[in-house]
Write a protein that binds this ligand. Structure first.
Ligand code: GAP
Length: 536
């Protein structure tokens, strides 16, 4: 599948639009159109239902170390600035950027790659901001131009191995930037905090600076005690939250994959330190299975355990659930969700202050005068188990997913092309989105074969019966074959057609989007038939 076809379909059929498009757009921001909003709502609702509302805390779920409770939260986007100081985001949530003095473009240091080569006695690093095969082609093209070569002179370029990251290069004087014509135009890497700043209140001094949250997780940690005190939850339990997060990404790219405003679906699962490794494995496998059950199966989805040196400063185990998005190079995967064992880092940080590693321990970071660099709340966030009479700071397992990335992966996976007979019986190319029925924006479309003989009236009755139970679409315009194609293209699993036989025996045809099978049911059975098939 090529990404351009999907992007074009998303715009043409109202899944996704560039934000503020009539003003030229704003990089890193996206709007979900009439069908996109239904799709993303279905992703969020599937997550919330499967993780929170349908969870049965009275039984031990398959693979879980014990029974557990799940509850939800909806926190504010702007929180006290100390939250981000203690969490580490204020000091550490940054990327490195490099600027090009010639092209005036800005790049994320670790996203620029390139190849060393020698030609005409000169050794240079030709850089590109595209990975994979595209990067190889671009670097070759740039090198030919730089050395003023023609196609037949290709052999005079001596390449040193594959594309490598710009982070491996220390001397930028021999680097040909991704959009530059001369050498040495890239600035040394500079740190750039990804949190968006804003001001609270009318006067707006430095003391009134606040941040748009870069993750929903911290809102859960700072409410841990509120939830414990206001409900009867007992450890082990999880708090789930879905909400917007904001990151001032240096190079937003790849459609919605890396946006500056996006939505997260996060769970913070609180458990006893002794059982936390078992809970980590449970959540890692359960979250992977969630994507599989909704259709992301096969070799495009993988679960990857982080190596020890990849782990965050607080984590003793992390796995990524990754998808082979079509815009990535061969063999490359992009992160859909991270499942992290965070120990007691977060709750302790909000009690004591920002923590740092000292040997194997976590200690409060101190300033030059020996005081905490960022002071915690001082509130006791430990948990007292009244059955075992034990007090402890719970360990946390965090499955952290992106609603937009999941939606994009479901769109990519759903995109299919095949051949099917058109209205004249001639085999023609068909584009269809093979969504899992739970995710499909429209569940059923209802057509009268022709706009006469009482067919529209029957079709409208069926539409009225379905509408309170599912998203349905009524269409009486144009050839029926074309109406089928339009529904296939937006992933509607079932089309119901009222035809001349309906007038005789009261049956209608139902057509399956994927198999193109058609069968007849009584017009009064449409709702029951669809409900049973949509639940499969
Ligand atoms: N609380 C942990 C946390 O936020 P993360 O790996 O930075 O971890 C979790 O983000 C998920 O949020 C990612 O796996 C991804 O799905 C989504 N995400 C992160 N940055 C994103 C961005 N710029 N655009 C879209 N989704 C993003």
């Amino acid at each position: 599948m090529d990404m351009d076809s999907l992007v074009a379909l998303c715009k043409r059929r109202g899944f996704l639009f560039q934000s503020s498009e009539i003003y030229g757009g704003l990089q890193g921001f996206w709007d979900y159109g009439p069908l996109g909003v239904e799709l993303k709502r279905n992703v969020r609702e599937a997550w919330w239902r499967d993780m929170v509302t349908s969870h049965n805390e009275l039984e031990t779920a398959a693979g879980a170390p014990s029974a557990f409770e799940m509850t939800g939260l909806d926190c504010s986007i702007i929180m006290h600035p100390q939250v981000w100081k203690c969490s580490g985001h204020y000091d550490l949530f940054h990327d490195y950027m490099v600027d090009c003095r010639e092209s005036k473009k800005r790049y994320r240091h670790d996203q620029v790659c390139g190849r060393w080569l020698t030609c005409k006695g000169q050794r240079i690093f030709v850089a590109s901001d595209a990975p994979g095969n595209e990067g190889l082609e671009l670097t070759q093209h740039k090198a030919m131009k730089f050395f003023n070569l023609r196609g037949k002179d290709l052999d005079s370029l001596t390449w040193e191995g594959p594309l490598v990251s710009l982070t491996t290069v220390s001397d930028f004087s021999q680097v040909l930037g991704p959009d530059a014509k001369t050498l040495g135009t890239l600035t040394p890497p500079r740190e750039f905090n990804l949190m968006f700043k804003t001001i609270v209140g009318a006067l707006g001094g430095e003391d009134d600076v606040v941040f748009l949250r870069p993750e929903t997780a911290q809102g859960i940690f700072v409410n841990f005690k509120n939830v414990c005190d206001s409900t009867r939850v007992r450890i082990p339990f999880g708090i789930a939250q879905i909400g917007k997060s904001f990151r001032n990404e240096i190079t937003p790219r790849n459609f919605t994959f890396r946006s500056r405003e996006f939505e997260q679906m996060e769970i913070e699962f609180f458990c006893h330190p002794n059982t936390s490794p078992d809970w980590y494995r449970y959540w890692r496998d359960r979250r992977y299975a969630w994507y599989v059950n909704l259709g992301l199966a096969g070799e495009r989805l993988r679960l990857r355990d982080h190596d020890k040196d990849e782990l965050s400063h607080y984590s003793c185990g992390t796995a990524d659930i990754e998808y082979a998005f079509p815009f990535l190079g061969p063999g490359e995967f992009g992160e859909l969700e991270g499942v992290a064992h965070r120990g007691n880092f977060d709750l302790r940080s909000h009690m004591e202050g920002k923590l740092v590693h000292k040997g194997d321990d976590l200690v409060v970071e101190s300033d030059a005068e020996g005081k905490p660099r960022h002071k915690g709340s001082g509130r006791d966030l430990s948990y007292f188990d009244d059955l075992t009479k034990e007090r402890f700071v719970p360990h946390v397992i965090e499955p952290s997913a992106g609603a937009d990335r999941a939606t994009l992966a479901f769109l990519c996976e759903a995109y299919n092309e095949d051949e099917a007979p058109d209205e004249n019986g001639k085999p023609t190319k068909r584009v269809f989105l093979k969504f899992h029925p739970r995710l499909a924006p429209i569940k059923a479309a209802i057509f009268p074969l022709v706009k006469k003989d009482g067919m529209p009236e029957i079709a409208r009755e069926i539409y009225k019966t379905l509408k309170p139970h599912m998203t349905a679409f009524y269409d009486e315009k144009g050839a029926v074959g074309r109406r089928y194609r339009r529904q296939d293209e937006v992933g509607t699993p079932f089309c119901i057609t009222v035809d001349s036989q309906t007038l005789q025996d009261g049956t209608v045809t139902i057509r399956d989007r994927d198999t193109l099978d058609q069968w007849r049911v009584s017009k009064d059975q449409c709702l029951a038939e669809l409900q049973s098939r949509l639940q499969k």
